[in-house]
Design a protein around this ligand. Structure first.
Ligand SMILES: Cc1cc2nc3c(=O)[nH]c(=O)nc-3n(C[C@H](O)[C@H](O)[C@H](O)COP(=O)(O)O)c2cc1C
Length: 298
């Protein structure tokens, strides 16, 4: 990852003068009066003590090594918590904490029971990151008692509002361009303004098809507080369960079409789109209840 100085230098004096509310849109990108990171990005960075307005998306390959490395570098590392036993989750959090003093989060896909949530809080996880659903009030109360922050990945304005009503500290706005099991059925830059309008001063990160600095800058100029990158980190993760993805996600995609659950919409937009359609855009839709079948078995 580039140094913070490089980020600031590369990002400086581009894009938009933010509006008074701190939001912007892509049309503003011609205006060169505003420096990056934007005020909204700085707010996010200050809230979590980050050097970069970048979150590493959770994935199966996001174990303690990746999470600790990302957090040590000054971005937000997010550890997989979904479907880990309390013992394994506690161990993973302990490893990350031993390797970095910096903030990190633990992810729960709420299509599954977050059985290990109390264990990761006991182990000292400073933040929780949820997707595919909303935490219950009981979960929030346990998290707050432990002093943990939490955020929610959302795929609609209504979903954003529900997360805000629960007091989420940040939102991730996922566009259909995203890799993984895509919640969204809307293009990122169509959805982002709607989520920003609801979020007001709550930080909103953009996710979906963002894999390099120019795209991060684009997201910040569109009003996002930061960017969440999934495929980009999976491609770098030594722990990834998909070694061939590390070699060349693009090549894998040219060869096969069963990596909907693996890679970015930037790489395989049409497959991600197919996944979203299969899931009918709803939590617990047909694709989920069928056990997330791969291509050829759908
Ligand atoms: C291989 C892979 C696995 C993923 N697994 C998860 C996951 O376990 N939980 C989750 O909340 N999001 C997961 N995601 C989705 C990310 O949260 C994020 O929305 C997405 O990676 C952003 O798009 P990008 O891959 O184009 O950067 C995954 C994404 C990828 C690529």
């Amino acid at each position: 990852m580039d140094s913070r100085r490089e980020f600031l230098k590369n990002s400086a004096m581009v894009g938009a003068a933010l509006s008074a509310s701190g939001t912007a849109n892509l049309a503003n990108a011609q205006d060169s009066r505003v420096q990056l990171p934007t005020p909204r990005a700085l707010q996010l960075m200050s809230f979590f003590g980050l050097k970069y307005p970048i979150f590493q998306a959770p994935s199966n390959g996001a174990g303690p090594d990746l999470t600790a490395s990302v957090s040590s570098a000054g971005a937000m590392g997010i550890l997989r918590g979904t479907r880990l036993t309390p013992e394994d989750a506690r161990k993973a959090v302990t490893i990350v904490r031993a390797r970095t003093q910096r903030v990190f989060a633990v992810n729960y896909i709420l299509a599954f029971e977050p059985d290990s949530l109390p264990a990761v809080l006991e182990a000292g996880a400073p933040a929780l990151h949820f997707s595919w659903g909303l935490p219950t009030k009981e979960m929030i109360s346990v998290m707050r008692s432990a002093g943990a922050k939490f955020g929610v990945q959302v795929a609609s304005a209504i979903g954003a509002q529900s997360a805000l009503d629960l007091g989420a500290d940040y939102l991730v706005c996922q566009g259909i361009e995203a890799g993984g099991h895509v919640q969204s059925s809307t293009a990122l830059y169509e959805l982002l303004p709607k989520v920003l309008e609801r979020a007001q001063s709550t930080p909103v990160l953009a996710a979906g098809g963002i894999g390099h600095g120019r795209k991060i800058r684009e997201a910040l100029l569109a009003g996002a507080s930061g960017a969440m990158l999934g495929t980009r980190f999976v491609a770098n993760a030594r722990e990834s369960r998909a070694p061939r993805v590390q070699e060349s996600p693009y090549q894998v995609h040219r060869e096969r079409n069963d990596h909907v659950g693996m890679l970015s919409g930037r790489v395989a937009g049409r497959y991600a789109s197919l996944a979203a359609q299969l899931d009918s855009g709803a939590l617990g839709g047909g694709w989920l209840s069928a056990g997330w079948p791969t291509a050829g078995r759908r």
